[in-house]
Design a protein around this ligand. Sequence first.
Ligand code: NAP
Length: 268
Amino acid sequence: MQKNNFPPIGLGTFKQTNDSLIDIVTEALDLGYRHIDTAQFYKNEHLIGKGLENSDIKREDIFITTKVWVEHYNQEKFISSVEKSLEKLKTPYVDLLLLHWPPKPHEFFQALELLNQCKEKKLCNSIGVSNFNITLLEKALKMGIKLFTNQIEFHPLIDQTIQKKFLENHGIRLTAYAPFATGQIFGNRTLRTIAERYHKTIAQVCLRWALQTPNTYPIPKTSSSKRLKENIDIFDFHLAKIDMDVINQLNRVNIRFFDIAGLAPEWD
Ligand code: NAP
């Protein structure tokens, strides 16, 4: 179930640093998840490596994303940090390597060049960014960097209309992080009403909405086996256009849970 060379749904792993993640990863692969999202910052790449090792699924059928942390955006640390990530993940390459946060202006070009070098050295198959605004995406594109994705906060309560259009126009996939608004989505009455009508849960409606949104790939996180199953059981129903439209309107509240605004002044 690939959609544009990218599994339609991924497993988020932020804030999961105990051994239970090993079984969650193996179980997720058994259930049909084919994309695991991690980061140097999450301090769990070694657990994911063990989960991958315990799985019967072939490496080439799994898509692994990791992200380089900001403290490694320099000549001395960047490539060796990626090599350490690969060691922990027990793999010779990741499918996708991202810059986790925008580099500071003075290190911008170097960080993107180093990211590109990782691809040339075949430490990763593709490269991308995370939390980039349009100005920064344009700068990267001007450098001739081919971006696979921008991983950004995306759920029914945030308005990402402009960024979304930009990504679509430039053939850059939108990886939707925090697709449940870190859990805040579950109290939404509109989503509850829609979910009841489809005999599905709010989580399933939310993920189905993301799936039916063009160019969008959600990466929900759960630490529970039951919810792992629930979150991938979304391929047997389709949201009608009228319900998609209603959910699309929820972004008028425009709530952001991960604050990237503080980065902007440095770029003025
Ligand atoms: P999220 O996926 O929006 O929400 C996770 C929360 O929802 C957890 O509290 C989880 O609890 C709960 N949950 C999951 N499935 C559920 C279900 N079916 N029913 C009820 N509750 C459910 O938040 P997130 O973890 O912040 O974001 C997802 C992933 O995106 C991260 O794990 C990470 O991989 C990535 N991310 C990237 C960035 C970045 O800067 N690039 C930033 C944030 C996140 P349980 O675990 O108890 O199920």
